[in-house]
Design a protein around this ligand. Structure first.
Ligand SMILES: Nc1ncnc2c1ncn2[C@@H]1O[C@H](COP(=O)(O)OP(=O)(O)O)[C@@H](O)[C@H]1O
Ligand SMILES: [Mg+2]
Length: 252
């Protein structure tokens, strides 16, 4: 099976400073892929390249190729807005639209894309909220402000909002680092369900989380992808001594 996503010799710069170098990575449909490594090693920088978020950062530059279904997302003529509908993103801190209701948050992307039919919007909202394991908790309060939800609920709302436009890939940048342990556990459990409908790339500085939720793990160190492989293999028998030092807790 062809990879859903392929990074080929990806280099990322902030001005003159290089933050990520020579990364090659394949990601397959229906898997959870963790990016791990110490703070500042380039995980977020690499993740943001996958939906062209660096376009919005002055001075940032990406070279190499990132192929989605075989097509380079950086090719001339690719509309980044349309592309980002295929590559959803969930951030470290839950960021629901603060002035909108729960319902309006979930369907915001669909409305932007022109969907107006109330029944249709409701059907997608329910499906997305169920997908994010939030429906039962919010079905009676869909028209109340999103900001009234707990932090963990807000993060699942952001997951629902991303799912609503049927992304092929969902990027998650430390999605549980602002959450308490029980909200974190809920989101980790959710991953196994989510990968049935989308493909996940998750940045986490928590190795145990990577070990619990992911199928593959990529270990980054100062901008290099040091080692990539099936999660069990990478944690149990790392091939690179730097990976071994990290996963055994000797640094980081
Ligand atoms: N907007 C930016 N401008 C300049 N340097 C940045 C910017 N964002 C990140 N960096 C630098 O790039 C490197 C990688 O950062 P980052 O990708 O955020 O690491 P991680 O997510 O692994 O903690 C760090 O040295 C960081 O200081
Ligand atoms: Mg980061």
């Amino acid at each position: 099976m062809n990879p859903l996503l392929q990074a080929k010799d990806v280099n990322i710069f902030y001005g003159d400073k290089q933050a990520v170098q020579n990364v090659d990575l394949d990601v397959h449909t229906g898997t959870v892929n963790a990016l791990i490594g110490p703070s500042g090693c380039g995980k977020t920088t690499f993740l943001r390249a996958i939906n062209r978020m660096h376009d919005l950062t002055p001075g940032a530059r990406v070279t190499g190729q990132i192929l989605l279904d075989g097509e380079d997302i950086y090719a001339p003529g690719v509309d980044p807005v349309a592309m980002r509908r295929r590559v959803g993103m969930v951030f470290q801190k839950p960021n629901p639209f603060p002035t909108m209701s729960v319902f309006d948050n979930v369907v915001a992307g669909l409305k932007l894309a022109g969907m107006r039919n109330r029944d249709q919007l409701m059907a997608v909202a329910e499906r997305s909220l169920r997908g994010a394991a939030l429906w039962e908790e919010v079905k009676e309060r869909l028209n109340t402000p999103a900001t009234g939800l707990s932090g963990g609920q807000q993060q699942r709302l952001c997951i629902a909002r991303a799912l609503a436009v049927d992304p092929e890939i969902l990027l998650m940048d430390e999605p549980t680092s602002a959450l308490d342990p029980s909200s974190t556990a809920k989101i980790e459990e959710l991953m196994t369900e989510l990968k049935k409908v989308t493909t996940i790339i998750i940045v986490t500085h928590n190795m145990h989380q990577a070990a619990r939720v992911s199928d593959t793990t990529s270990f980054f160190l100062v901008g290099d992808l040091v080692e990539h492989g099936p999660t069990d293999r990478l944690f149990q028998s790392p091939r690179d001594e730097r990976t071994e030092a990290y996963v055994t807790g000797r640094f980081g």
